[in-house]
Ligand binder design. Structure first.
Ligand SMILES: Nc1ncnc2c1ncn2[C@@H]1O[C@H](COP(=O)(O)OP(=O)(O)O)[C@@H](O)[C@H]1O
Ligand SMILES: [Mg+2]
Length: 268
């Protein structure tokens, strides 16, 4: 690693000919006088894990919120498969296939696995009971939930009728990730998915992230855990003081380098 101003701040993705699925161009977001994002660009390519790291206050959450419709940027563009999009609320991003697992898990403990997967997109019976009395198609949802879990390669959740409160922390996280990855989503955003997990469970979630990537689904992973980031990420976007300080890869830089760029002790 060189510590010169002139060094190239970005490493190209594995296949530069591919079109990014998701692009951010010069996003600016201010909160009164506080600058949350100061002209941040980002490319997410098909089938890659892009990690976002940075110190507290560096703008990681604001960046993710702008990409997932939870905040509206003041300036800049967001493009999905090359087309500009304007998300006004998280549901807009979901409709476009961008699913987010926020740090405080959005699973309902009392509901079973299948109901959690279908949370917010419940299916009714197609007969008169469904139409008139809004009766849920529980069996149908369970069947399709199982099929989705199989398709996603999630083997840790065998029984979709188990209440989520009876699952381990890692399995709950798997439910949340499965919910985000299921039903035709295009991009999965995970905010600190291993923060509350033990070593074995973290490894399961990291394997799940790799599996999603290998099935072609790109993942944005926000994490403070350098070993996890270096273990699973294809590229690493480093936020510092509201800007992207560098985009590196586990091959181009080591963890010490990444921390140095994060803290401003070095440039890429
Ligand atoms: N809703 C908000 N109101 C005021 N300031 C905010 C708000 N959200 C974020 N900020 C500020 O923007 C900056 C970036 O914050 P954030 O994106 O949460 O950083 P990170 O997630 O990297 O810790 C910080 O200075 C933070 O205090
Ligand atoms: Mg944050």
């Amino acid at each position: 690693m060189t510590v010169t101003e002139a060094s190239v701040p970005s490493v190209p993705p594995r296949d530069p000919n591919r079109t990014p699925i998701l692009q951010a161009r010069n996003l600016v977001k201010t909160f009164g006088r506080v600058v949350g994002l100061d002209g941040v660009s980002l490319d997410l390519y098909p089938g890659e894990v892009l990690a976002i790291i940075g110190d507290n206050g560096a703008g990681k959450s604001t960046l993710i919120k702008c990409l997932t419709g939870a905040e509206i940027p003041d300036e800049g563009q967001i493009l999905l498969s090359g087309e500009q999009v304007h998300f006004k609320r998280p549901q807009d991003a979901r409709t476009h296939g961008i699913e987010t697992v926020y740090q405080n898990l959005a699973v309902s403990p009392a509901l079973d696995v299948a109901s959690n997967l279908y949370l917010g997109r419940e299916e009714r019976l197609s007969n008169i009971f469904g139409k008139l009395f809004r009766v849920l198609d529980t069996n149908g949802m369970r069947k399709r939930a199982k099929e989705e879990l199989t398709r996603l390669g999630i083997s840790t959740l065998q029984d979709v009728t188990v209440a989520v409160e009876n699952l381990s922390g890692g399995q709950r996280q798997a439910v949340a990730v499965a919910r985000a990855a299921a039903f035709g989503s295009k991009v999965v955003v995970l905010d600190e998915p291993t923060a509350a997990l033990g070593v074995r469970e973290s490894n399961q979630v990291l394997q799940l992230v790799r599996d999603l990537r290998d099935r072609g689904l790109p993942v944005i992973l926000i994490s403070h855990n350098m070993p996890h980031v270096f273990d699973v990420a294809d590229r690493i976007h480093i936020q510092r003081l509201g800007k992207c300080a560098a985009t590196i890869t586990p091959e181009s830089h080591n963890m010490t380098d990444a921390v140095a760029i994060m803290t401003g002790a070095a440039t890429a």
